[in-house]
Design a protein around this ligand. Structure first.
Ligand code: FEO
Length: 173
C-alpha cells in the first residue's frame, strides 16, 4: 500500500509523462506537415514511449492500492521556430523530467517506501538514456548548422534512432 503522499507524487508524474506524450505528438504533427517525415516518425515513436511511461506509472499506483488519475492536459504548442529549437525543447524537457524523477526517488527514501523506490529505478535509467539521446541529437544539429544537405540527411537518418534503447516502457504486467 502506498501512502497518500507518494500516491499524489506519482500521480503528478503521471501528469508529466502524459504531457510529454502530448508535447511530442504536437511536435511530430508539426514536423510531418512540414515535410520532415523522418523527424516526424522519431517524434511519433517518442510520444508513444511517453504514453507507455505514463501507463506504467498509473498501473503501478493502482496495484499498490492507490488510484492512478488520468489528468487533464494543456494544449501543446502548435508551431516551432525550427528544428534546432524543437530539439532543444526536447532536451530541456527531458532534463526537467529527470529532475522530477529524482525528487520522487528522494521522497520515497524519506517515506521509507522501498517498493516504489525500487520501481522508480527503471525511470532513473530511462532518463539517463533519454537525456543522452537528446544531447546526441543536439550535437548533430550543431554540426549541421545551416547546411541544407546535412539537414536532409539528418531527417533521413533520425528515424533509425526512433525507439533506440528507449522503447522498453511497456506497461507493468
Ligand atoms: Fe518519460 Fe521522456 O520522460
Amino acid at each position: 500500500m502506498i501512502s497518500s503522499k507518494i500516491e499524489k507524487a506519482l500521480n503528478q508524474q503521471v501528469l508529466l509523462e502524459a504531457e510529454s506524450s502530448q508535447i511530442y505528438l504536437a511536435m511530430a504533427s508539426w514536423a510531418e506537415v512540414g515535410g520532415l517525415s523522418g523527424i516526424a516518425e522519431f517524434l511519433f515513436t517518442h510520444s508513444d514511449e511517453e504514453r507507455m511511461h505514463m501507463l506504467k506509472l498509473l498501473k503501478f499506483i493502482n496495484e499498490r492500492g492507490g488510484h492512478g488519475i488520468v489528468p487533464t492536459l494543456k494544449a501543446p504548442p502548435l508551431k516551432y521556430k525550427g528544428i534546432k529549437e524543437l530539439f532543444q525543447e526536447v532536451l530541456d524537457h527531458e532534463i526537467h523530467v529527470s529532475a522530477e524523477i529524482n525528487k520522487l526517488v528522494e521522497s520515497c527514501l524519506k517515506e521509507k517506501d522501498y517498493t516504489t523506490h525500487n520501481f522508480l529505478q527503471w525511470y532513473v535509467s530511462e532518463q539517463i538514456e533519454e537525456e543522452a539521446l537528446a544531447r546526441k541529437i543536439m550535437d548533430k544539429l550543431k554540426l549541421i548548422g545551416d547546411d541544407k544537405a546535412g539537414m536532409y540527411i539528418f531527417d533521413r537518418d533520425i528515424a533509425s534512432l526512433a525507439g533506440g534503447g528507449t522503447a522498453k516502457g511497456k506497461p507493468a504486467e
